[in-house]
Design a protein around this ligand. Sequence first.
Ligand code: PRX
Length: 653
Amino acid sequence: MAKTSESTVIESHLTENRVFKPSKEFSKNAHFSNLAAYKKLLAQSIKSPEKFWAKEAASLLWSKKWTQVLKWKAPFAKWFVGGRLNASENCLDRHLTGPHRNKAAIIWEGEPGEKRTLTYHQLHREVCLFANILKRNGVKSGDRVLIYMPLVPEAAIAMLACARIGAVHNVVFGGFSSESIKDRIMDSGASVVVTADGGYRRGQIVPLKQNVDQALAGVKQVRRVIVFRRTHLDIHIEEGRDVWWHREAEYVAANCAPLAVDSEHPLFILYTSGSTGKPKGILHTTGGYLTQTAATTKYVFDLREDDVYWCTADIGWVTGHSYLVYGPLANGATCLMYEGAPNWPEPDRFWKLIAEYGVTILYTAPTAIRAFMKWGDEWPRKHDLSSLRLLGTVGEPINPEAWMWYFKNIGKSRCPIVDTWWQTETGAIMIAPLPGATPLKPGTATLPFFGIDAAIVDDNGKEVGPMEGGKLVVRKPWPSMLRTIYGDTPRFRKQYWSEVKGFYFTGDGARRDKDGYFWIVGRIDDVLNVAGHRLGTAEVESALVAHPGVAEAAVVGRPDDIKGQAVVAFVTLRSGHKAGKDLSEAIRKHVAQSIGAIAKPDDIRFTDVLPKTRSGKIMRRLLKQVAAGKAITGDTTTLEDFSVLAKLGAAQE
Ligand code: PRX
């Protein structure tokens, strides 16, 4: 069936009138504080992105300058053509000659409570040692190295050591199973694996090495497994294949010159699970990626010399790559890294860490914020959070209610919140406020970053009007964009470049308000179609979460003879609230009042847990099958907790 332009229009019913202007106090020292000047530069940079990006790239260290900023032959971009640089040199060596030399680069705390601090000098030394270990074990420029580690400094050290010698890292999150490791080894053609004997999570040891052993059964392509000793868990060492990190370190020197690589040399592959089909190996390269991660870290987090910056993401996600390693280290920042769960041993671990280390910037995910809300306000209240000056979120639309909770309970109504929209594929932040200049509204990532030509269009690529929903696209290339899907360029073209001709399609639905702010309404694949009205999931879920009893919600459509789709809401409750018919009715009424009868859920299903990916995103695809009373099919390997499926079957109405 031919698509008409109407088919993409997503209706919007939720209005948010709260606006929070930057405080004088915050703006005083910010990189950008004048809204008019910022908007002017934004408009100029979107018109001529190359000019803006060349200026930012020039603040990095290049061993050979580029001859052309951008070579664009859709859908293939080359940034800083002919330039040569090294990512680890930019994150480390550059800081060794000035006052950053003895500044803390990484402050780490293990889940059981051990503490370590690595200065830039020490981190550089460790990276050089490990780069030499990689070389000693036969790793060469261009080789793929799979990293499967707990969140310890050595995970970042292994990444930077790969970058130092031109090897391509492929980090696999430590929560993934042996099956996932095997798929990624085979797809990326990795010949070396870096892992640990185990890692700590909620008081238990995750047997990482054992998972690797299972993944490698019958796999010949992996020659070497380098094992970091973290837990002293008894493990199997395969003679001739496995070596200990600390033993290898005895044989190598602590200096290793960085290899200057071409700007387009691959830096890493990171797998992202599509909702269906096999995971996609997103390929990022060096010069453009580093330019955009460094620039966004500096401006969006408004980084200052004395900040203690904490991005809570695991290194196995793109957020960990860009905003725990490359972006902050390229800026010479001090980063906090914490190995374990937020509720271990008690639900106040994060707040304790903030108080103890004097964290000034906290960057976390809406899923974590909703968990904190569920656990109760008393936990953050126990600790001194006055060091905080800026908060951030990423990963999903943040419901306005969760935004307000974060703002009041964590930021004490003082700290701006930067809601940052981006993707594994975009490599770095694309839409986000600049905290000293942009007036904030709860639930929106506000405006594009400099040089980012984001737009909302219909199926024909025509921009829709204010408050009209459509597809979120990017019309011009940006430096940290994915270059391809590793080994599958036809899929790269089809997935991102065929939906809207000539533009990069994000897969997200969105609208812009009268101020031009972008509101993500959910994934296009999840849009509900109720009696001919297309509704994004985010608005209905936000209305549900605004009910005082609701901690978290996910809505999906269920086939309905009359309306096309009926709205089914899966709801978890805040502590102290009881599931039942009365509450169900009250919640339905509440949604009807806040966004209209059209979005009123037909069914409310109470559940203790929602199915989530290991990075905390709700898997609506599975809920759709549950709502329709079907058996669950398709890929479930990314599901965090398999017992959820059985529990959902029993979700009560
Ligand atoms: O749907 C959007 C949502 O997360 C998707 C990207 O997921 P991933 O590749 O796992 O990267 C997450 C970390 C960058 C997007 O297509 N998303 C991410 N950030 C936001 C968001 N949705 C709304 N608001 C955000 N701030």
